[in-house]
Design a protein. Sequence first.
Length: 243
Amino acid sequence: MKLVEIAKRRFDEIDSQLVHFTGEEKIDLFLNDLNIYPHAYVLACLMDRQIKAERAWKIPYIVCNKFETNRIDELAQIDIKKYISLFELEKIHRFNKSMAEIFYHAVVKIQNDYEGNASKIWKDKPSSASVVYRFLEFKGSGIKISTMAANILARQFKIPFSDYYSIDISPDVHIKRVMKRIGYVPENANNDMIIYKARELNPEFPGIIDFSCWEIGRNWCKPTDPDCDNCIVKNECKSSKSN
């Protein structure tokens, strides 16, 4: 499977790199600083739902800037009502009240459960199941966000885990479209079918193909007028106009 080969080659060859979450250098540097601001990464993951990814990943930076602090202990002292007011006033998210509450509870949890250091979630080479489970413990975090968070840590930040078996693919609109068009799953496939197909394709690290699928969906395999000629998996895609 070329898609799996591409994903494995990227994982093996690319060292830890600056992840371009938002396309704005100042914000991306903030989100990439897992040594000083690991909580920013965790908070951004929790915000990534029902809005464009680039917008969601800016939220920790926006909140910290508005409250004039990047420190988790100081953020934890701010009343939840102030978070809700900020989110609603600035229209930070599509679901401002609920996401403000999720943001606040995450800050408090990091401060109380991880002694203000979110990197303890993935410290000391834990199992992939442990990392996914720790993200699931955050209010509002489901399996999609939790596996995405663990996947980015492993795949792009090169955080060492003892294994990668429990890092599944996180089906979004791009990944579902690509998996269906390539022919890995039928058109009526649900999320569970997509997840288990990824497990079949690469059991030791199912989520390794996540970013490649997402990239293909964003750049070439678009909902309408797909650019099949330039797609990196055009030769194995059953829907490709190039075949």
